[in-house]
Design a protein around this ligand. Structure first.
Ligand SMILES: NC(=O)c1ccc[n+]([C@@H]2O[C@H](COP(=O)([O-])OP(=O)(O)OC[C@H]3O[C@@H](n4cnc5c(N)ncnc54)[C@H](O)[C@@H]3O)[C@@H](O)[C@H]2O)c1
Ligand SMILES: OC[C@@H](O)C(O)[C@H](O)CO
Length: 303
């Protein structure tokens, strides 16, 4: 029953969750993590304050264009510590240095990590927790794209795309969720999926990429269902065509015109346009957003 505009919080806490069967044959019985404390509508409970980003984040593909823009936004909203994981950190030496200059109070570290390598991910997550004190947020941006007709697709290209975009995101989420469960502090995980996971890209042939991104949309549902009991929210963002290096070369010049012409807004997106949803999902403003996908594509998906 609501009183003074606030939910009856007592009714929401100490709720027993349905038991879940574990892999060792036992079952877990847990109490639901509590909702945020009141006041909801006044003072620091106001929405504007709920967009503060607290704790420390790991961002994979952290040397990429969209990831660096996301990192900057999380730091602007209060992130204390940031670990950028990428295979090729050198490509982003300048923007990473700029983040360190612009956010002198934040601890910013980098780790060379291949998201296909479970062992090195585990070690890097442990080291990050040691260096920053905790891991509270994971954003999985690491990804690759290829434009090969399905008739010509090699097994190696198919596997590489799936290994990095799909399995790589799972391995990072698993390692970070293990850390979050040990911390007993909950957390939030965001996969960067794509509108390519919702529909088939046109005009470029991208079966492997499209399927890898579709897998993330359901993976976030599965992990949200399993990990909410530990206070871990799992969501995704599906960008449309954004103006980044990923969409340059490889014969994509003609495709760029097609994408803009088929978009109700008549243009591609710019990296900054992803940052609002990322901050929402990584802050208390998103505390009841779970297993959701936020499409950021100018309306391309319906056109
Ligand atoms: N740009 C777009 O239009 C668009 C649209 C939808 C989704 N996305 C997704 O957003 C993410 C970021 O895209 P971007 O445009 O910033 O591209 P980007 O190429 O700038 O960034 C991708 C990053 O992933 C890193 N990476 C690749 N393989 C890796 C591996 N095995 N281990 C660790 N890191 C690895 C790269 O080094 C690179 O820094 C990708 O997952 C992409 O699929 C992009
Ligand atoms: O659907 C948009 C993308 O995921 C991506 O930018 C594109 O398909 C890469 O060429």
């Amino acid at each position: 029953m609501a009183q003074n505009g606030e939910p009856a919080r007592d009714a929401l806490v100490n709720r027993q969750l349905p038991e879940m069967q574990l892999s060792d044959g036992s079952s877990s019985s847990m109490t639901a993590p509590p909702p945020p404390a009141p006041p909801y509508l006044s003072g620091e409970g106001r929405a504007v304050y709920r967009f503060n980003v607290e704790g420390n984040a790991i961002i994979t593909g952290g040397a990429g264009t969209l990831a660096l823009e996301g990192a900057r936004a999380l730091l602007e909203h209060g992130l204390s510590g940031l670990a950028l994981f990428d295979l090729n950190l050198q490509q982003a030496a300048d923007p990473i240095a700029a983040l360190r200059t612009d956010f002198p109070d934040a601890k910013i570290i980098t780790k060379k990590v291949d998201v296909r390598d479970a062992e090195s991910i585990g070690a890097a997550v442990n080291e990050t927790a040691g260096q920053l004190g905790s891991v509270d947020i994971l954003c999985c941006f690491a990804g690759v794209v290829g434009c090969t007709h399905a008739l010509d697709m090699s097994v190696d290209e198919w596997k590489r795309t799936m290994d990095i975009n799909s399995t790589g995101s799972f391995l990072c989420a698993q390692a970070v969720a293990r850390q979050m469960v040990d911390q007993n502090s909950g957390g939030t995980i965001v996969f960067i999926a794509s509108i390519s996971g919702h529909r088939v890209n046109f005009p470029q042939p991208q079966a492997a990429y499209n399927v890898s991104k579709a897998s993330l949309l359901h993976l976030k549902n599965c992990l949200a269902a399993e990990w909410s009991r530990y206070g871990i929210r799992v969501n995704s963002i599906s960008p449309g065509y954004m103006d980044t290096i990923l969409n340059e070369g490889a014969g994509l010049e003609r495709a760029r015109n097609v994408w803009a012409n088929r978009n109700p807004m008549g243009r591609m997106g710019v990296p900054q346009e992803l940052t609002g949803p990322l901050v929402l999902l990584c802050s208390a403003a998103g505390s009841y957003i779970n297993a959701a996908d936020i499409v950021v594509d100018g309306g391309a998906i319906v056109f």
